[in-house]
Design a protein around this ligand. Structure first.
Ligand code: UD1
Length: 363
């Protein structure tokens, strides 16, 4: 335990200045690191690089103009390794991004999804509690609403997950609510993302998945550059105006700004608060294809194929609660998401492969 953390209650409402970011090398995590560095936070980053690369830190430092801080290669399920990080640093709050996130893959690998997403969260919680760290921003997902029907969904919509990825996020939320009930000092700010996409406007940071992209925007970007021939469109027989599925796409820069704002709101008190993060506007797969073609000036050839297991026709946010409570509102539209994704794709046709690497703290 940290020497200055002997009484958990003494530190529980301390305004966060040192933040541990799990999955900080990933897509949203790396953008969040820039946002938090820009706002003066000290960071400790842990990542296992299962869907990310340590090369990203040099980019984060270039964009932020600051040293990232301590960086550890570890899997959050490794309690011993995680505990050693908490022993070494006086962590005020944790932002937990580390998770598996592909809907289709989750239907093929349910055990791995529960293990990483639920097991990672319980390991993190046990280490946080042992070290008297009581402030957590948790990455949840709109996917837990399942097939809730059309129209904007607010946070009171009952959870009805349709795939193991969504179910894993739903279970994590239940666990977090139980922890808050048990520990009256614990504060969880649970952010249910709709579909974060786009890239940093510098073109230095973006979505760089290993292998074939699971998510729509990086796949579209790779088709627009010619790296992949054609986009598979998963179903055109949904009950939507053009038959393709509708999502609420949210710029990653807006997404990470919400996390920075969240850190100011631990001061509101303990307990669990849940907010949707979305724009409140739906776009179909065909809308995204045409917006990307417009932004890039390149065609995006596609084939209509069968529906992807676990997908639902429409998910659009009612994000008015977070606007009312915290004043956070997204400011960037689909055209900006496509423009920024395209810039990243053009400047980094092979993602982060081959770019400079900065050493890990433990090396
Ligand atoms: C899912 C989750 C979302 C989560 C995100 C994390 C659901 C309903 N949503 O988003 O909460 O934040 O993963 O990554 O579980 N598509 C194609 N062709 C492709 C890829 C995708 O047509 O090659 C379609 C999908 O069928 C879907 C849309 O594009 O209709 C968006 O897909 P994707 O980017 O994978 O995100 P979601 O599955 O909506």
């Amino acid at each position: 335990m940290n020497p200055d953390r002997t009484d958990p209650r003494a530190t529980s409402r301390r305004a966060p200045s040192t933040v541990l970011v799990t999955g900080g090398a990933g897509f949203i995590g790396s953008h969040a690191c820039v946002e938090l560095l820009d706002h003066g936070y000290e960071l400790i980053v842990v990542d296992d690089y299962s869907n990310s690369a340590p090369q990203v830190y040099a980019r984060v430092e270039r964009v932020a103009g600051r040293f990232v801080g301590a960086v550890y290669e570890l899997d959050v399920r490794d309690r011993r390794a995680l505990s050693a990080v908490f022993d070494r640093h006086a962590v005020d709050a944790v932002v937990h991004f580390a998770a598996r996130k592909a809907v289709g893959e989750s239907t093929r690998m349910p055990v791995e999804y529960y293990d990483t997403n639920v097991g990672g969260t319980t390991a993190l919680l046990s280490v946080m509690q042992a070290h008297g760290v009581n402030q957590l921003v948790f990455s949840s997902s709109c996917s837990l609403y399942g097939d809730a029907g059309g129209g904007p969904l607010d946070e009171s919509t009952p959870a009805r997950p349709t795939n193991p990825y969504a179910a894993s996020k739903c279970l994590c939320e239940q666990i977090l609510a139980d922890v808050c009930r048990r520990n009256p000092e614990f504060a969880v700010l649970c952010l249910r993302y709709f579909n974060p996409t786009g890239a940093h406007p510098s073109g230095l940071l973006g979505e760089s998945p290993h292998g074939t992209p699971d998510n729509l925007m990086p796949y579209v970007a790779q088709v627009a550059t010619g790296r992949r021939k054609r986009l598979p469109v998963f179903g055109d027989d949904y009950p939507t105006p053009d038959g393709t599925a509708i999502r609420d796409y949210l710029h990653v820069m807006d997404t990470v700004e919400a996390h920075r704002v969240a850190l100011d709101h631990f001061a509101d008190g303990p307990g669990m608060r849940v907010f949707n993060l979305g724009v409140g506007r739906g776009s179909s797969v065909l809308d995204v294809i045409s917006a990307f073609a417009e932004a890039s000036g390149n065609p995006v050839p596609y084939d209509i194929v069968g529906r992807r297991p676990g997908d639902v026709p429409e998910l659009v946010a009612d994000a008015s609660a977070v606007a009312r409570s915290w004043g956070w509102r997204p400011t960037r539209d689909l055209a900006a998401m496509c423009r920024d994704s395209w810039r990243f794709q053009q400047l980094n046709p092979d993602g982060y492969a081959g770019s400079a690497r900065r050493p890990s703290t433990e090396e």
